[in-house]
Design a protein around this ligand. Structure first.
Ligand code: GLU
Length: 449
């Protein structure tokens, strides 16, 4: 049995109850074989056994009072995965599906993603099984305060810097920051994705979605193609999807779809950005509102999706941008996309494609940008926010956006060159994983045990 197989098989025995974590580990480890063959010291230093295990996992009770005066109890976590190249960095997710396995998958991905940005940030992730849906403003505030009442003792501007993820946006980061400050009396860049009024960075909100489009452009340029005049399918309707659509328009492409947990919109005229932002950023409503406001649009509820599939991927498109959540695009979806002539997939969400869907894209030889490369613009811009906070400066939108663009180009180059170096040109899964891994592994070796 190879080193990789041995480590994976041990993990399968040990963490059989965390299938999503095992999926993330398998995807990364399988592609590392060539770099392990060339560097036998990694096995001697037990790098794989060490890198798959979080340095520390904090799990805690979150107790708060709802608007009816009832006591509510949730489960909170922070997985401090790897600090070899910088302080732990990664978002917080508030969603009923959150458990330790989900956060381990996200934290594990974050290690390589953060390394790939070329910036000095380690990997971490956290969150709670709190469901923000249907909660009032004051309930969300009290929950955030209760969550931070425990988390504050484990984080700090040079220790661990959380940010947003699903269910955690500017509003939640504001409440979390307020509580951190009350408890510690310290005004520091301990969270990113903050409001511009207290240390936030311009272009952080846009960064993940913009970055995914920049990454798609880089991949296509490599083949002498472009997004201009092309039809695109986008899933999700959160921060990532909204700014992915916005950037697509800016580069001359047309996003035709968006989706939320209840259904999808297909708008043959192109997604109307004012309406989308009004519904999702202002009203925090379901996409059913979209068809009330835009007559060209068609709404399909989730229960009418074809069996076991995501209807977004049935819309013929040149490029697909999965920006909703993990495993939202399976092998069947991938086959339909390919059959309809899709030439490019850039992942805005974390691990949106199943392992067999990824293999189908690689086999077809289309431009496939895996999440940890294509969506790294969010966390990269978080690091730019940290840099601004540390130097007490704030940069212009253009300055941040230009840096983001450059970082995305560099990530593409680094993944593409590494794939070539290891004999599989075009395989950005392998390229991104190896490039991200190498830096962290070498730092771990140098720091001893
Ligand atoms: N949650 C985002 C991600 O998956 C951003 C994390 C951050 O900005 O720290 O990368």
């Amino acid at each position: 049995m190879s080193y990789v197989q041995r480590v994976v098989s041990n993990l399968q025995d040990k963490y059989a109850y965390e299938p999503i974590f095992l999926q993330a580990v398998q995807e990364v480890l399988q592609s590392l074989q060539p770099v392990l063959d060339k560097n036998p010291q990694y096995e001697r230093y037990k790098i794989l056994e060490r890198i798959v295990e979080p340095e520390r996992t904090i799990s805690f009770r979150v107790q708060w009072i709802d608007d009816k005066g009832q006591i509510q109890v949730n489960k909170g976590f922070r997985v401090q995965y790897n600090s070899a190249i910088g302080p732990y960095k990664g978002g917080l997710r508030f969603h009923p599906s959150v458990n330790q396995g989900i956060l381990k998958f996200l934290g594990f991905e974050q290690i390589f993603k953060n390394s790939l940005t070329g910036l000095a940030i380690g990997g971490g992730k956290g969150g709670a099984d709190f469901d923000p849906k249907g909660k009032s403003e004051t309930e969300v505030m009290r929950f955030c305060q209760a969550f931070m009442s425990e988390l504050y003792r484990h984080i700090g501007a040079t220790i661990d810097v959380p940010a947003g993820d699903i269910g955690v946006g500017g509003r939640e980061v504001g409440y979390l920051f307020g509580q951190y400050k009350r408890l510690t009396q310290s005004y520091e860049g301990v969270l990113t994705g903050k409001n511009l009024l207290f240390g936030g960075s311009l272009a952080r909100t846009e960064a993940t979605g913009y970055g995914a489009v920049y990454f798609a452009q880089s991949m296509l340029e490599g083949k002498g193609q472009s997004l201009e005049g092309k039809k695109c399918a986008v899933s999700g309707a959160g921060n990532v999807a909204i700014y992915c659509c916005e950037k697509l328009y800016q580069v001359g492409a047309t996003p035709l779809t968006v989706s939320d947990s209840r259904g999808m919109i297909y708008d043959p005229e192109g997604i109307n950005m004012d309406v989308l932002k009004q519904i999702k950023e202002v009203e925090r409503e379901s996409l059913t509102r979209y068809v009330e406001l835009v007559s060209s649009a068609v709404y399909t509820p989730v229960n009418e999706y074809p069996d076991g599939r995501n209807a977004v991927w049935s819309v013929p498109c040149y490029a697909a941008f999965p920006c909703a959540t993990q495993n939202e695009l399976n092998l069947e979806d991938a086959r339909v996309l390919l059959a309809n002539g899709c030439q490019c997939v850039a992942e805005g969400a974390n691990m949106p494609s199943t392992l067999d869907a990824v293999h189908a894209f690689l086999k077809a030889g289309i431009c496939y940008g895996p999440a940890k490369a294509a969506n790294a613009g969010g966390v990269a811009t978080s690091q730019l926010e940290m840099a601004q906070n540390a130097s007490m400066q704030s940069w212009s939108f253009e300055a941040v956006d230009n840096k983001l663009h450059e970082i995305m180009r560099n990530i593409y180059m680094s993944a593409a060159e590494t794939a070539k170096e290891f004999g599989e040109p075009g395989n950005l899964v392998m390229g991104a994983n190896i490039a991200g891994f190498r830096k962290v592994a070498n730092a771990m070796v140098a720091q001893g045990v």
